[in-house]
Design a protein around this ligand. Structure first.
Ligand SMILES: [Zn+2]
Ligand SMILES: [Zn+2]
Length: 233
């Protein structure tokens, strides 16, 4: 038996979430489907992760700098990744959080002091039973050995879904949607670099608002870490 076959035997086989083929690829999808995934390989603005010639800071980030310093994104939010994110979000395939977080971990070059998960409003959390961003953050914590802070920031306003709104309306919709909890006790944010973990970044309005409240509470720097980035058509 050759070495490759032996290694293959040690890896758990599973069926690919996309095509059903039996595979021992490291992710929940097989290697052939991975080649078709919308990996972001073009040069991106380092701040907002939108395509930008030569990877320069884009005009929008120069004119209106967000409260976060950088965005790390793995995929474009297009087919078939959008279907996988929805399967994670609506709880059908919670194990996808591991595959997504493992991919994101490989893109991290600048380490923050700690992470937080994008907060979900308590009403949504109760309805869904879990926060997909917390599932991602917990896996990243294990992989990267960077602590996840909880009860630092909460969603205090249950806003209409962002996807139904224009960009301007999205920014307005986010105002006062988040607050840093008064009693984060021993967790002092002063001088910390904090990464916010989220599944999808669309306009960036919610990440920007969370970054704003974290910095108002003393954070020195904020990074946005997302699985997928919505790209302009
Ligand atoms: Zn496949
Ligand atoms: Zn930008």
């Amino acid at each position: 038996m050759n070495k490759r076959a032996k290694i293959g035997q040690l890896l758990p086989y599973q069926s690919c979430v996309l095509c059903g083929a039996v595979s021992n690829h490291v992710a929940a999808w097989c290697a052939a489907c991975d080649a078709d995934m919308p990996h972001l390989r073009m040069p991106l603005c380092p701040i907002c992760a939108l395509p930008s010639p030569l990877g320069a800071i884009c005009g929008h980030c120069i004119n209106t700098p967000p409260h976060f310093s950088r965005t790390v994104a793995v995929f474009g939010y297009t087919f078939p990744l959008d279907k996988l994110i929805q399967a994670l979000k609506y709880g059908e395939r919670l194990e996808l959080a591991h595959s997504f977080a493992d991919q994101l971990a490989q893109h991290i070059k600048i380490r923050p002091d700690s992470m937080i998960a994008m907060p979900l409003h308590p009403a949504r959390l109760q309805e869904r039973g879990f926060n997909q961003s917390m599932e991602l953050a917990r896996r990243l914590e294990k992989k990267l050995h960077i602590p996840v802070l909880t009860n630092v920031c909460e969603r205090v306003r249950d806003t209409p879904p962002q996807s139904t709104l224009s960009r301007k309306a999205r920014n307005k919709n986010m105002q006062q949607a988040f607050a840093c909890t008064k009693n984060f006790g021993t967790q002092d944010l002063s001088g910390q670099h904090i990464a916010i973990v989220d599944d999808v970044m669309t306009s960036g309005a919610s990440l920007n608002e969370v970054a704003r409240v974290l910095r108002a509470a003393g954070a020195r720097e904020v990074s946005a870490w997302v699985i997928a980035r919505t790209l302009p058509r």
